[in-house]
Design a protein around this ligand. Structure first.
Ligand SMILES: [Zn+2]
Ligand SMILES: [Zn+2]
Length: 403
């Protein structure tokens, strides 16, 4: 009943931007308990990438109850979804991630991303009812392990979207974050087993090939550009100490600030493995991952709007430069084709690291809940800025086309 009264006030007289934002804030507060419950349910039931059935079910349930039209399993991904309110242009996409990490759980706080996107979308209905346009929540699975957004982009599910936004819980309030281009590499060496003491001369040591390759990568690392990263683990190193290892395997990630340098670095990294194969006589087999995480292209106009809205909630946004806190994200791929932001909202002090047990706790704490609500408010207020003035959307698009 209460919301009915508000809607009639809205239709009786146009709200000023300030009134609209105050009402958005109130509508997020109205959802407080439901959003915290959503966040804690996801947090307490961690699901890995592409297995987020419960999270996707709770989110779509909540959005359907609040008047959104739901499409499940979009882009061929069973745990992806689209929830839509409004039919006209322009359209704003709020992206929800909800996958957890193996073993540790919600150490990246994606439960907060999901609940804040849902809260922002429901509060944004007020904007759509007043000025038109559309708001979508895209449920984007498997950010951590498989780059779900890249599959969704390839399937065309974001076609026609004008702006894409999400905010990630972190240790700082920032409007822009850098994310590196990233590709995975799986390598295997095939040698020849032999008794390690009786006939060592007849063996070809696949583990030594791998160790040589690691050392070559270590040598390469002192001659690569700042912020480029090469890191890996050995996943198979032999069966027994008295058998010359006939097989070894490793997984690597290669990262760079842009795609051009990533391509260059890939060739150099590969030479490290080829050189080791030549030196030991083992056969090298390798496979680059099909999904490449693109670097983040931050839209400054969007970032400034979001920062102003976040500051209006009493937070202090750190100096305006991209922060280097997130490694790589499939939001980078979205940002290459749609004007986008991926800011961070502090839920814990900078001494705590993302992907740690402390961050798991923070993602379910009082300060995590505050982060969730502030994120939902700032996102919905930014929707109001974007849909409320044609000029603002034009500035966002103009910057994007010039980048
Ligand atoms: Zn993460
Ligand atoms: Zn994350």
């Amino acid at each position: 009943m209460a919301s009915h009264g508000v809607i009639s006030i809205v239709t009786d007289k146009a709200l000023t931007k300030a009134e609209l934002k105050a009402e958005i804030s109130r509508r997020v507060e109205e959802q407080r308990q439901a959003l915290i419950e959503l966040s804690l349910n996801i947090h307490d039931n961690p699901e890995l990438g592409f297995k987020e059935e419960k999270a996707a079910g709770w989110l779509t349930g909540y959005l359907a109850e609040n008047g959104f039209q739901i499409e499940k399993g979009i882009g061929g991904l069973p745990t992806a979804f689209k929830a839509a309110y409004g039919r006209n242009k322009p359209s704003i996409a709020l992206l929800a991630e909800y996958d957890a990490l193996p073993e540790i759980g919600h150490a990246c706080g994606h439960n907060i991303i999901a609940a804040s996107a849902a809260g922002a979308a429901v509060a944004s209905k007020l904007v759509i009812d007043n000025v038109g346009g559309a708001v979508f929540v895209f449920g984007t699975p498997a950010e951590e392990l498989f780059g779900g957004k890249v599959f969704m982009l390839q399937a065309g599910v974001f076609d026609g979207v004008d702006v894409a936004m999400m905010a990630h819980p972190g240790v700082r309030d920032t409007a822009m974050n850098e994310a590196l281009a990233c590709i995975g590499l799986d390598v295997q060496f095939f040698g020849k087993a032999a008794h390690a003491a009786a006939y060592p001369e007849q063996g070809i040591n696949a583990l030594e090939s791998m160790i040589l390759a690691f050392n070559a990568v270590n040598s390469l690392r002192q001659h690569i550009k700042d912020r480029a990263r090469i890191h890996g683990i050995i996943t198979h190193g032999g069966e027994a100490a008295n058998v010359v290892p006939a097989y070894s395997a490793a997984s690597f990630f290669v990262r760079a600030q842009d795609n051009i340098y990533l391509d260059e670095l890939k060739q150099k990294v590969l030479k490290c493995f080829e050189g080791a194969a030549l030196a030991t006589g083992a056969r090298l087999d390798y496979k680059w991952a099909e999904i490449v995480y693109a670097p983040m292209k931050n839209n400054l106009v969007l970032a400034q709007l979001f920062a102003q809205n976040l500051e209006s909630l009493g937070r202090k946004v750190e100096p305006f430069e991209p922060y280097f806190d997130f490694g790589s994200t499939d939001m980078g791929n979205i940002s290459q084709v749609i004007p986008a932001i991926h800011p961070s909202i502090a839920i814990v002090s900078p001494s705590v690291l993302l992907h740690s047990a402390e961050f798991v706790q923070a993602a379910a704490s009082e300060s995590g809940h505050r982060g969730l609500l502030d994120t939902a408010k700032a996102l919905a207020m930014t929707v109001a800025d974007l849909l409320g003035e044609a000029d603002t959307m034009a500035r966002v698009k103009d910057e994007f086309s010039r980048q």
